[in-house]
Write a protein that binds this ligand. Structure first.
Ligand code: PXL
Length: 288
């Protein structure tokens, strides 16, 4: 199979923190989007020694540098095909990114992962005030990818104690579209022995992709998921195809990781499996 493209790789600006140990955020996004034949351009929002699931971490905050970073990018007069925005630590970061995005005359596809919590709970630094700022920020999103916890936080709905029904997911996704979002994937909704990804758009179209639960939860799998969805969308795959491929890749990474180690804190061992992404992204797609 031919592995080379005869066009320039799409350019994806990745706005996220970079965490050293624990395979998450920028540390997984860059290799994953490269394997999907997309050029990832990092905009680091903070530097962590390791992700926050470890007992301690060092954080170097770059909020104050963000404005200058965007100004430096502006002087290059380049256009991006997409912007993928992940973990953000403060409302000031939301403001700096909104300001930059609003100033762009040619709007790239804007993919926002509103990283705010998991397993029914908000992360420690997430306040109701930050959540309100996130709602405003999301109105710019072409594609948003909340997990079920984040979808509930954003719509002021209680996190369901039972497996979600389709009508509950439909109600949550309608509330998310009411924020101004065009397309939405609510990821990782538990349903029996599967996880359901609920895909919707603001015209009322719905699709679902479910995958068998492959093992325990690992940090960083959400970041791998959205990196694949962002990159493959820019390569012309439909949202349903992107979601299917991303969910399968993560399930393979979880099974493979479990065969080698019990240490979930290190994130999924994805490096030896990256060639799967190279192969699948070698197909040219025409429809978006
Ligand atoms: O994977 C999301 C994420 C990103 N960055 C940092 C994190 C986490 C999740 O815990 O701690 C620093």
């Amino acid at each position: 199979m031919r592995m080379k493209l005869n066009t320039l790789p799409p350019k994806l600006l990745i706005i996220n923190d970079i965490s050293g140990v624990g395979r998450c955020s920028m540390s997984v996004s860059l290799p994953v989007v490269s394997a999907c034949k997309v050029q990832g351009i990092p905009v680091p929002t903070s530097v962590f020694s390791n992700h926050t699931g470890f007992p301690t971490h060092l954080k170097i905050d770059l909020t104050r540098q963000l404005k200058d970073y965007f100004a430096a990018l502006n002087t290059l007069s380049m256009n991006w095909d997409g912007i993928y925005c992940g973990y953000l630590g403060a409302k000031e970061q939301l403001h700096a990114i909104s300001h930059y995005y609003d100033s762009l005359t040619e709007k790239p596809l804007f993919i926002i992962d509103p990283v705010m919590g998991d397993h029914g709970r908000a992360y420690q630094h997430i306040t109701p005030e930050f959540c309100n700022h996130m709602k405003d920020f999301l109105s710019r999103g072409d594609i948003i990818t909340p997990n079920l916890t984040e979808a509930c936080l954003l719509t002021d709905m209680p996190y369901p104690e039972h497996d979600c029904t389709d009508s509950e997911l439909s109600a949550i996704s309608k509330k998310l579209h009411a924020l101004g979002v065009k397309k939405c994937i609510i990821t990782g909704c538990p349903k029996g022995d599967t996880f359901l990804n609920y895909i919707s758009d603001n015209c009322g179209n719905v699709n679902t992709v479910s995958t068998k639960k492959a093992g325990p939860g690992y940090p960083g799998t959400g970041d791998i998921f959205v990196s694949i969805v962002s990159a493959l969308t820019l390569r012309g795959f439909s949202l349903k195809e992107c979601t299917t491929q991303a969910a399968h890749f993560i399930a393979s990474c979880i099974s493979y990781s479990q065969s080698l180690s019990d240490d979930t804190l290190q994130g999924v061992i994805f490096e030896p499996l990256l060639s799967d992404l190279v192969t699948l992204s070698s197909q040219e797609r025409e429809s978006k």
